[in-house]
Write a protein that binds this ligand. Structure first.
Ligand code: BDR
Ligand code: CA
Length: 317
């Protein structure tokens, strides 16, 4: 049975690919948008363009938070362009945005439907606000599977990954919420790279949606190559979706994750501690660290993740 999910996102090239994956392999109850890769207006337009291009307009799309909880907004035009989805030419969307705020749609959907997973692919502002708005939500959600953070290096600073770094206070609220959290961070997502060979395979898949995905990957990969020297764009958000679609693709380990809120050089870092489950129970508490509050991705099967994406793109009409 496909997982029932709400996709909270900031499309964004890799978010768009994650929506395409989720649209055919998960039961997507709603798509909610949050300021991140671009302004919330732009990423909402992009989400609507993607659902229209993929024939997924039955899924409601709701606009969410325009700014992080505490800090000023920050976007990533150097990666995703001025529109947030530069590259392919997509017509202005005709599908209207939902008539309520993303936070309301998250709360309503998760309180109405059982067993909902939140797949969070952008800064965690909407998720944190929803948890505040409806305290019972923490008992209702099956889990929050988020793309963000890293057990190793960051991408916007040596320590911090973009989604966590844009709204670290929201990330802190999520990791301390008591909801089961799965963190899919850069340590695995940067292993799933759209190399030139893989991009050719996407285009060769031939469907209209595959050609869209290929156009997205061309722009995104050029930006990532320029910024990080990688041979193509890392499929960050699709890997988080893939972890829900096929649990054998990503391996997780229990850890305590703390979000650094104050560090001069480390703000937005996810400090991942796996000592608790590895040390003997009689080791003094101070040496064991805190009990796990998350399952953290530690390994990924990059080839099979990419094959999943290809299979799905071929399935579109
Ligand atoms: C994350 O930041 C965004 O730019 C991507 O969409 C992804 O969610 C990677 O750090
Ligand atoms: Ca994203």
């Amino acid at each position: 049975m496909a997982r029932r999910v709400i996709v909270d996102c900031d499309p964004g090239h890799d978010d768009a690919l994650a929506i395409l994956l989720a649209g055919r392999r998960l039961e997507v109850l709603a798509i909610t948008t949050v300021a991140g890769n671009q302004t919330v207006e732009k990423v909402t337009t992009n989400a609507l363009k993607v659902v229209e291009a993929a024939g997924l307009t039955a899924i409601p799309v709701a606009r969410g938070a325009a700014t992080p909880l505490v800090r000023p907004p920050r976007h990533a035009p150097e990666v995703h362009g001025e529109t947030g989805l530069d590259g392919p030419e997509l017509p202005p969307p005709r599908t209207p945005v939902a008539d309520r705020h993303a936070v309301d749609l998250i709360v309503e959907t998760a309180m109405r439907e059982d067993d909902v997973t939140l797949l969070a692919l952008g800064p965690l502002t909407n998720v944190a606000l929803a948890l505040r708005r409806e305290p019972r939500l923490s008992q209702r959600l099956r889990e929050i599977c988020l793309m963000g953070g890293s057990t190793t290096r960051g991408n916007v600073t040596p320590a911090a990954e973009f989604n966590i770094s844009v709204d670290p206070e929201a990330a802190h609220a999520v990791f301390t919420s008591g909801v089961p959290v799965r963190m899919v961070g850069l340590n695995v997502t940067q292993q799933v790279v759209a190399t030139p060979e893989r991009r050719r395979a996407v285009r060769a898949a031939g469907t209209r949606v595959a050609v869209l995905a290929a156009d997205l990957l061309e722009f995104y990969s050029a930006a990532i190559h320029r910024l990080y020297g990688l041979p193509g764009g890392a499929l960050h958000d699709p890997v988080a979706a893939a972890a829900l679609i096929d649990p054998s693709l990503v391996r997780f380990a229990p850890m305590h994750v703390a979000v650094e809120l104050h560090g001069e050089h480390t703000a937005g870092m996810t400090v991942c501690d796996d000592r608790y489950t590895r040390t003997a129970p009689d080791v003094p508490a101070a040496r064991r660290g805190a009990p796990p509050n998350a399952e953290v991705a530690v390994a990924v099967d990059a080839d099979r993740c990419f094959d999943l994406l290809l299979d799905v793109l071929r399935e579109y009409p």
